[in-house]
Design a protein around this ligand. Structure first.
Ligand code: HXC
Length: 531
């Protein structure tokens, strides 16, 4: 890859001395931490910082800034060291023809550690992104605070964190972890909207395995503690995992294609070759399903999305709720869907956090929400209660009630109790609430309800057979009255009971109608606090 675009071997006459001097300075600054360290980076299967920018951005679009900035610190031998660009490359470029600001930490230069000049370069790029209303993408590969620069390094982090919060919900912020990310350094990614990690290359932790061993006696590897699997599946810190760096940059580019440049824009519309009137015959089977039978909600989403494409966010975390982006009629939609294949699609602590943060991000960036409901309730248990399901579950209620973007809800099958309310019900201000004819909407499921309503009558039965017969009769009566969408439709809490095969058309049509939705006071800042 050509590192110095100013070099032109076919130049007809030798450049002036001042131009030569500039070229030499740029070449030196571009050389990173030198060949041995660049080789070591490669030997670990990692790209160099410059290669990463090359893969991320549209060909030839990168404009570097502050290449010639060096460290001003001198202690602990720093004054005698070459520190090109102070260990970070910053600038702007394009993704899919749209501007973004970008920084890439260079692990070959003092381990990509963050000193004051390094931090100032990142802050400058964040300020540019904020003022020019474009996303900022950070490529992180760093040993953390530069030890030699002492508290200056910590102050540098503080400046970045401050800007992360200022930019929150204003411009999309994306963090790509491509090496170590240790100590307080993990908090900048955690404050951004999306975190990417690459299998075997990315690690995030507040304290590493050695400190963990010393403090708690636990033995754990780097991967086990802070690898992509740990953060995508267990902690929920990471939104996307990639198999390799090229795969990672492909995913980042895809994510950007769904996002607006800032909160003042709508997400980009694309030409849609997939007719919105396309009927979805496969969905007819929905209403033949045994109500207790699990299924993967992805099958429904793929059926109704434009060209069957769904870009899932946090696919490994809290699988009982599915979040992600698709397009309908060419317009970007955020999907929040219960997934009966895991925990019967019930809402637990992790699902509540995952959905609530996703909804708040959608609301910040003017992306409509499509909610697909098949939920038996909040997940019961001592662990959930003591873990704070009340507090966490309330986040979904807050996120939906606060969201002023278009909200379309479809009840596919079950919608019981508090979870019915939480999943963007009409009285939580869903704009259009649809239900399939097989939807069951009630305070609770028939089996539980009759045990409470008719406990005396059931106890009074003389034989088990008599009790079973009464139970079956009462269940059928309850189901006929409540376990259908018609009572709810009769009060207007469901706008329309729709044929399953019409689902795509109904949602796309509703989205088109809601395109110019305006709610008074909805344009104040909507920060995307990590939940
Ligand atoms: C200065 C650092 C550095 C740091 C690494 N280097 N981390 N220099 N400050 N924080 C330098 C090394 O001296 C070495 O320089 C080069 O980077 C590569 O480091 P190695 O250790 O040889 O690499 P590796 O074996 O891959 O180990 C990588 C590592 C390890 C796991 C990141 O370097 C490490 O543990 N570093 C310290 C991590 C840490 O504790 N950071 C502070 C966290 S606290 P040469 O010249 O030999 O190439 C923190 C607070 C932030 O960040 C607070 C924010 C609020």
């Amino acid at each position: 890859m050509e590192l110095n675009p100013t070099k032109n071997p076919k130049s007809p006459r030798p450049p002036a001395a001042s131009v030569r001097r500039l070229r030499e300075a740029m070449e030196k600054a571009s050389a990173g931490g030198g060949k041995p360290r660049l080789d070591a980076q490669k030997a670990r299967g990692k790209f160099t910082a410059r290669e990463r920018i090359h893969y991320l951005l549209d060909e030839g679009s990168f404009q570097e800034l502050d290449l010639l900035v060096g460290t001003r610190a001198a202690d602990f031998g720093l004054k005698d060291k070459e520190i090109p660009g102070d260990g970070v490359i910053t600038g702007f470029g394009q993704v899919g023809g749209r501007e973004v600001c970008v920084y890439a930490q260079d692990f070959t230069v003092l381990g990509g550690s963050l000193g004051m000049a390094h931090a100032q370069k990142i802050c400058k790029i964040m300020d540019l992104a904020y003022e020019n209303r474009v996303p900022v993408i950070g490529l992180l590969d760093s040993g953390g605070a530069r030890i030699q620069e002492g508290v200056d390094s910590l102050d540098g982090y503080a400046e970045i964190f401050y800007r992360n919060v200022k930019c929150s919900g204003v411009i999309p912020q994306i963090s790509v972890i491509l090496g170590p990310c240790a100590g307080g350094a993990v908090y900048s990614p955690a404050l951004t909207d999306f975190v990417f990690m690459v299998d075997g290359i990315s690690h995030m932790f507040v304290t590493g395995p050695d400190v963990v061993r010393a403090a708690t006696g636990e033995e754990v590897s780097f991967d086990g503690l802070g690898g992509s699997e740990a953060h995508a599946g267990k902690s929920g810190v990471c939104h996307f995992v990639a198999k390799s760096e090229p795969d990672c940059f492909r995913q980042v580019r895809e994510l950007v294609s769904y996002l607006p440049q800032s909160r003042w824009e709508k997400p980009p519309r694309v030409a849609n070759p997939d007719p919105i009137r396309r009927s979805v015959p496969l969905l007819e089977k929905m209403c033949d399903l045994d109500p207790r039978r699990p299924y993967r909600i992805h099958h429904i989403i793929w059926q109704i999305a434009d060209e069957h494409k769904f870009f899932e966010v946090q696919s490994i975390y809290a699988k009982n709720i599915v979040t992600g982006f698709c397009r309908m009629g060419g317009e970007v939609v955020g999907v929040v869907a219960n997934n009966p294949a895991h925990l019967a699609g019930a809402l637990d602590i992790n699902a509540s956090d995952k959905a609530a943060r996703f909804i708040r991000m959608l609301n910040a960036f003017n992306i409509p929400v499509l909610t697909l409901v098949d939920v038996p309730g909040y997940w019961p248990g001592v662990q959930q209660e003591h873990g704070g399901i009340i507090r966490h579950g309330a986040k979904i209620l807050h996120a939906y009630a606060e969201a002023t973007v278009p909200k379309i809800t479809v009840i596919l099958r079950k919608a019981y109790g508090g979870a019915y309310i939480a999943m963007s019900s009409k009285h939580m201000r869903g704009d259009f609430n649809f239900a399939l004819p097989c939807a069951e909407i009630a305070v609770m499921g028939p089996a539980g309800a009759i045990e409470i309503l008719y406990s005396r009558e059931l106890k009074a039965c003389k034989t088990d057979e008599e009790r079973a017969a009464l139970r079956a009769k009462l269940t059928a009566e309850y189901a006929a009255k409540f376990a259908s969408p018609y009572q709810t439709a009769s009060t207007g809490s469901i706008d329309e009971v729709i044929e399953p095969s019409q689902l795509r058309h109904k949602v796309a049509r509703a989205l088109r109608f809601l395109k110019e939705k305006r709610v008074a006071g909805s344009h104040e800042n909507r920060g995307n606090i990590p939940l």
